[in-house]
Design a protein around this ligand. Sequence first.
Ligand code: PLP
Length: 381
Amino acid sequence: MIYLDNAATTRMASEVLEAMLPYFTTEYGNPGAVYAMGSGGKKAVNEARRKIAAVIGAGQEEIYFTSGGSESDNWAIKGAAESLCERGRHIITTKIEHYAVLRTCKYLEKKGYEVTYLDVDREGLVRIRDLEAAVRKDTILISVMSANNEVGTIQPIGEIGKLAREKGILFHTDAVQTFGQIPVNVEELGVDMLSASAHKLNGPKGVGMLYLRKGVKLAAFLHGGTQERGRRAGTENVPGIVGFGVAAERASGRLEEKEPREKELRDYLIRRIESEIPDCRLNGHRTKRLPGNVNFSFGAVEGEALLILLDRKGICASSGSACTSRESAPSHVLLAMGLDEEQANGSIRLTLSGDNTREEMDVTVQQLKQIVEYLREIKRS
Ligand SMILES: *Cc1c(COP(=O)(O)O)cnc(C)c1O
């Protein structure tokens, strides 16, 4: 099997699982308890908080654990809307966000908020001048993803952060695809809130975090106990949080070695597809691109059919986001980038990890070539 869907989720690293196991078996005490077994869990949670904060240059008191990227996005946007509604009710985001952001914004529109969805260019980049033009007196939040999960385009987050700060507007970024994948520093980028998720970096599913800059007021998300400094109630997912901490530390420790290796493999795959399969188009920016992302549209090919036939050959790929693949509508990201429906439907995404090999790329190109030819042939006849 060749697994090329690492933007959807990743295999949990063995050291992550090992670190988690004691918190399922012997160290099961409630972190809120006074006895030693409970405080062991509490210590482990804070240790994970420290590790995760270190990855993005934050203070550990600025990290809040959640159930994943979707919850962090929901909390950042709904929380900001609730906390700042006296100041204004206008939010700026983009057309290519993950649904965790887009549908939260749609929900807020029903509650009386106004949302501007910025266009992107042909390569999926937000234009700063569009953002600048969209800012109003009553704008309370800008939410722009760090990198897109479908096409891999990396946004100019630092520039957006600078603009947001000049205008005094809160800035949130969904960094689920960049955290642990490329260097991310909240001070350099000027972000106030940042979402990340453990299962995208070889950690467990169902745990994530929201970075919240010290001093930023954000309405609590879950009401109940005083966990997460009273802002996110509920007994902590101790094993998950421990796993997230180890995964984050592991990813950032390997970054320097992994990023160039992955990029090289990515560019090798792109080069071979472009030179060996006619009528194809690389989606997303060629260089401002996540190290593991490859996304192509093939003319006169149905992406879904391509995926099914690749699966029969043991190759796991996807057509954009995992959440989109069951809804058969063409990708909202590709449409926003100006592709027509046919081009959008003829696209597939291959996302690599540090574990993939050149041999796997060779097999993938070989299979892809044959399947694309086959699908075009039956379409013609
Ligand atoms: C995967 C993903 C999410 C959702 O994260 P979960 O932890 O699965 O809820 C949000 N945003 C982006 C960009 C993602 O890739």
